[in-house]
Design a protein around this ligand. Structure first.
Ligand code: AMP
Length: 184
């Protein structure tokens, strides 16, 4: 496992985020305990602390681009990219991106889904920080890493607000450093 030092103040931040996250049972379907991050968005001070901490955790990795995963990843990825001073690249559900795309499929509980990214989003050797709100089984993040590698980029780290560790998503992300503010 790749471990990196946490930014200063991370323990206090983790407590505040944990207190803000709202658990919604049986959403969007029975048996899922949905982690609702909207109370973080509605608290500007907390929201800023979260995204600044995500960016600061990537300091020293020479990140050249932030790749944010549709759709809640966009909310966190955009301010992280601005704080790092690097371009933001959206990874989207099929049919949303207008220009030439690369595509990766990934397994769901039943069936498959796919993600797309513009093929000219960055050049060979780009150093990518992937941002999303929640790491669950890791399928979405792993497919995003494959998309990045398809066009010659390297994922240098993943950054999540929440890691649902009991789903072992990190096992699909072996070889890349994973940062999460709160673990359940
Ligand atoms: P996975 O591919 O299983 O890691 O799922 C990750 C994606 O699903 C993320 O984009 C999350 O936004 C969403 N997600 C999965 N499980 C949850 C959950 N319990 N609460 C909130 N979002 C979730």
């Amino acid at each position: 496992m790749i471990t990196r030092p946490k930014p200063a103040g991370r323990d206090a931040l983790a407590l505040d985020v944990r207190a803000a996250i709202r658990d919604i049972p049986d959403f969007p379907k029975p048996g899922i305990l949905f982690k609702d991050i909207t109370p973080v968005l509605s608290n500007p001070v907390l929201f800023t602390r979260v995204t600044e901490s995500q960016a600061d955790a990537a300091a020293g990795l020479q990140v050249t681009h932030v790749v944010a995963i549709e759709s809640r990843g966009f909310l966190f990825g955009a301010p992280v990219a601005q704080r790092l001073g690097v371009p933001l690249v959206p990874v989207r559900k099929p049919g949303k991106l207008p220009h030439r795309r690369v595509r990766e499929e990934y397994a769901l509980e039943y069936g498959t889904d796919a993600l797309e990214m513009h093929e000219d989003a960055f050049g060979i050797g780009a150093r990518i920080l992937v941002v999303d709100d929640v790491l669950a089984t890791g399928g979405t993040a792993a497919a995003t890493r494959r998309l990045v590698e398809k066009v010659g980029g390297i994922v240098v780290a993943f950054s999540f607000v929440i890691d649902l560790t009991f789903l072992h998503g990190r096992q699909l992300l072996v070889g890349t450093s994973v940062d999460a503010i709160v673990e359940y």
